[in-house]
Ligand binder design. Structure first.
Ligand code: NAD
Ligand code: TDX
Length: 333
């Protein structure tokens, strides 16, 4: 199979490329990535001679048309992905997440190429503590510019399936963790802070809940949907990993042998979603998917080890990321 992977130099995309080449060596992978601040060529260095890497923009319709015309399927990971950035600079989110998806859908339509759309649970908004988890028919209620643009891109995919017969599937996953995640995100930020002897930073009181899944489990589910999913269907991906942010920080502190209260509360995120939770029954029953990382502590310990061993990978981004948080007004409460 010839596969176009957009955003393959980002966190989930790079893991997807590594897993695909390891587990499905017959796949020919073409990566299209703009190499924004979030893209990192070195994430693909170990497989550089086994893939075609194209440095370009998913919103470049001519380039996208040419690339999609040469493959059997597209897996579309590329996005502006960080909520905090979408609050300070929304425009790139509209351009990449909406216009980029439009360009890919038009090309998939023209060349009749199978398309899989990577999306997020955030399109469904947030949940009260006692509410049932999101399922595939939950109403769309995005809260941030990021999740609004992801919701818009999902809607385009659904419309292109119905109106133009594009052979597309969608998956909406919960919060991922694992190797190659940018240090702007919650878990890598706290791990690399602790490696540097800096206290973890919890937004507000830290009671928000996220449903954590290891990136390898997410990507295995993506392959299940790509191979066996029903055209037009949305599949929710999650591994029953609900924890509040304070609990996650305390697990990380424990791995570093530090006191459980050794963290700072900082300025909360405006519009901060309270809780995400996924009901992945459809994925489990219809496609037979099960997560392999059933224990978050084990996955977290592996991830901490990875960051300790790959300082060269994250170090160049650390200071600039922390400076951006200060410039955006983050203060210790
Ligand atoms: P990331 O920010 O780590 O990587 C995004 C990649 O896309 C980068 O390599 C970047 O250079 C590239 N990119 C950005 N704009 C581009 C453009 N215009 N053209 C080409 N490439 C471009 O993101 P991630 O965390 O790996 O997320 C990947 C996908 O998964 C996104 O669609 C995101 O919405 C979705 N998702 C992420 C999570 C999560 O927890 N990280 C959860 C659910 C869904
Ligand atoms: O320093 C921090 N302190 C903190 O308490 C950071 C960076 C975050 N947080 C909180 C905010 C969230 O409640 O931790 C939680 C997780 O934050 P992020 O890593 O920014 O993730 P989130 O906003 O939940 O979105 C993530 O999951 C869904 C991804 O970034 C999205 O791309 C994905 O769609």
């Amino acid at each position: 199979m010839r596969l176009l992977v957009t955003g393959g130099a980002g966190f989930i995309g790079a893991n997807f490329v590594h897993q695909t080449l390891a587990e499905r060596p017959g796949t020919h992978v073409v990566v299209l990535d703009k190499l924004t601040y979030a893209g990192n060529r070195t994430s693909l260095e170990p497989v550089a001679d086994r893939i075609d890497f194209v440095h370009g923009d998913v919103a470049d319709a001519d380039l996208v048309d040419r690339l999609v015309g040469g493959v059997d399927a597209v897996v579309h990971f590329a996005a502006e992905s960080h909520n905090d950035n979408s609050l300070t600079q929304p425009w790139p989110f509209l351009q990449t997440n909406i216009i980029g998806t439009y360009a890919l859908l038009q090309a998939a339509r023209r060349h009749d190429v199978r398309y899989h759309h990577i999306s997020t649970d955030e399109v469904y908004g947030d949940l009260d503590a006692a509410a049932p988890a999101f399922s595939e028919d939950a109403p769309y209620q995005p809260s941030s510019p990021y999740s609004a643009t992801k919701a818009a891109s999902d809607m385009l995919v659904r419309a292109w399936v119905r109106s133009f017969g594009v052979r597309a599937t969608l998956s909406n996953c919960s919060n991922n963790y694992g190797p190659y995640q940018h240090v702007e995100k919650f878990i890598p930020r706290q791990i690399t802070n602790l490696i540097d002897g800096v206290r973890p930073r919890l937004y507000g009181a830290g009671h928000q809940v996220r449903d954590w899944i290891h990136v390898e489990d997410h990507n295995r589910a993506v392959w299940s949907v790509l191979e066996h999913g029903r055209i037009g269907q949305t599949y929710l991906i999650g591994a029953n990993g609900e924890l509040d942010n304070k609990a996650v920080v305390r697990l990380i502190l424990a791995e570093f042998g530090r006191d459980p209260d050794d963290f700072d509360h900082v300025t909360d995120r405006p519009g901060h979603d309270q809780r995400y939770a996924i009901d992945a029954t459809l994925l489990r029953t219809e496609l037979g998917w099960e997560p392999r990382y059933s224990d978050f502590r084990t996955g977290l310990a592996d991830t901490i080890r990875w960051y300790r061993e790959h300082e060269n990978w994250w170090r160049p981004q650390k200071e600039i990321t922390e400076r951006a948080y200060v410039a955006a007004g983050e203060q210790v409460l």
